[in-house]
Design a protein around this ligand. Structure first.
Ligand SMILES: [Zn+2]
Length: 84
């Protein structure tokens, strides 16, 4: 098997394409209970500092988006897979 070794600039087109899709339809697999469901069906807690996405099946935090003056951070929680 061969592969090409490049720098992170190779991600630009990939991320642009992935993030331009409807995020609510992304399938998230919970690593805690194994449930797989669209992000639209999760439970979301939000305030001015954070958005916490929880599994509707077991309430574990799948991922968190933190907003602060330095920018936004995506913190991966119990999510095992995101099927884009
Ligand atoms: Zn779960």
């Amino acid at each position: 098997m061969t592969y090409e070794l490049v720098d992170g600039n190779a991600l630009a087109g990939i991320f642009t394409e992935l993030l331009s899709r409807d995020a609510t339809m992304i399938q998230a697999e919970c690593g805690a209970c194994g449930a797989t469901a669209p992000l639209a069906t999760t439970t979301v807690e939000r305030d001015e500092f954070a958005v916490i996405v929880r599994c509707r099946g077991c309430t574990h935090t799948l991922l968190t988006i933190l907003n602060d003056p330095a920018g936004s951070r995506l913190v991966i929680g119990a999510v095992r897979n995101l099927v884009l």
